[in-house]
Ligand binder design. Structure first.
Ligand SMILES: Nc1ncnc2c1ncn2[C@@H]1O[C@H](COP(=O)(O)OP(=O)(O)OP(=O)(O)O)[C@@H](O)[C@H]1O
Ligand SMILES: [Mg+2]
Length: 329
């Protein structure tokens, strides 16, 4: 049985933040938190009550299971959450035998199982809660995610990554990047299609790994590709993300059909964003995407025309040295 505690109670541990996804996060972390989905880390075994159950029953459940709260769900649909706060109020107010329906919190902040865990990390930062219920695309309650769930999986993945790197150090990889390596891939990116946003960047990374491209270069390419893909999805009318590999150079080209960027220099600075509340509520809008893409690239070029569109090119020398700075999310 796992802890189904809700997000109605601020979690003190959460307020100190998670030390990943911050300014000093190495590329390996950035790449992991973009690739892993919430469904890969969430807890699926939930203890729930129905709306007709009493607050007393919720209190019992919390006491026995050491939970901070109980989701109220029926046939997979989440209706609310009864938290310890609600129980304390019920005890003081003398209505502990009322139904949960009457006193549960219905103002819920939820995550979707398809989102990358970078969303969850930003939610933990933004909302200062320790856990979030997770819904599927068709709005069914499928799990709950806590900071501990994320830490556990990150630790596991990082261990696997370190083992891989160690193997690479002791046995130099076969070099698949001769001047003869040629690849051309183009992926459509649809406006506001958050279900698929990030998939093109993942596919690009997979292809480069398959060809034994240096892990650090691959990560830098994946970071730029992801940021640019998400930008097309969020800020543009739609477009394409392409990768061209030729003569030892990989180029990521993000092209869209508008609306264009008014002040390109401003947009490329750290922390500048036009994201509205809705975009921020999805976990984006820190204003770091373009700055990071520039930082990880050996060559960065952006052209934008208002009303027409934006084209961004990031080039990477597949054998060359890494740029001086790591990106900051
Ligand atoms: N393809 C695009 N079309 C139109 N505007 C864009 C595009 N890409 C970026 N922008 C503009 O540039 C700003 C900065 O982009 P950047 O990626 O750095 O930050 P963000 O997307 O707002 O936040 P973050 O990437 O940290 O989630 C955006 O807020 C948006 O105004
Ligand atoms: Mg962005």
């Amino acid at each position: 049985m796992s802890d189904p505690a809700p997000n109605t109670e601020p979690d003190k541990a959460a307020s100190s933040g998670i030390p990943v996804g911050g300014e000093t996060s190495p590329l390996v972390i950035m790449e992991l938190i973009q690739r892993l989905k919430i469904r890969d880390v969430m807890t699926r075994n939930l203890v729930t009550l129905t709306r007709e159950d009493t607050m007393r029953r919720a209190q019992e459940l919390m006491r026995i299971g050491h939970f901070n709260g109980v989701p109220i769900a029926e046939n997979g649909r989440l209706y609310g959450i009864v938290s310890i706060d609600d129980i304390i109020r019920a005890l003081i107010g003398g209505y502990i035998d009322d139904t949960c329906a009457k006193h549960m919190s219905t103002h819920l902040i939820v995550l979707e199982d398809d989102m990358p865990i970078s969303f969850a990390l930003r939610y933990f930062e933004n909302y200062k809660y320790g856990r979030f219920p997770v819904l599927s695309r068709d709005r069914a309650l499928v799990g709950i995610v806590s900071q501990r769930d994320i830490n556990r999986v990150l630790l596991y993945e990082l261990t696997a990554e370190i083992n891989r790197l160690e193997r690479q150090i002791t046995r130099p990889p076969e070099d698949g990047i001769g001047d003869d390596l040629y690849m051309l891939r183009e992926y459509p990116v649809v406006r506001h299609d958050f279900e698929n946003a990030g998939k093109a960047a993942n596919e690009i990374k997979r292809l480069l790994r398959e060809r034994n491209v240096d892990t650090r270069v691959t990560r830098r390419i994946a970071v730029a590709a992801y940021e640019l893909e998400i930008n097309i999805c969020i800020h543009s009318h739609g477009g394409t993300l392409a990768m061209i590999v030729s003569k030892g150079v990989a180029e990521i080209v993000a092209k869209d059909t508008g609306p264009g960027i008014e002040d390109v220099e401003w947009a490329c600075q750290d922390g500048t964003s036009t994201a509205n509340d809705w975009i921020r509520s999805l976990g984006f809008g820190a204003g770091m995407g373009l700055a990071n893409s520039k930082r990880v690239s050996d060559h960065f070029e952006i052209k934008s025309a208002l009303g027409k569109g934006t084209t961004i090119r990031c080039k990477f020398d597949l054998r060359g040295p890494a740029p001086q700075q790591e990106p900051s999310p």
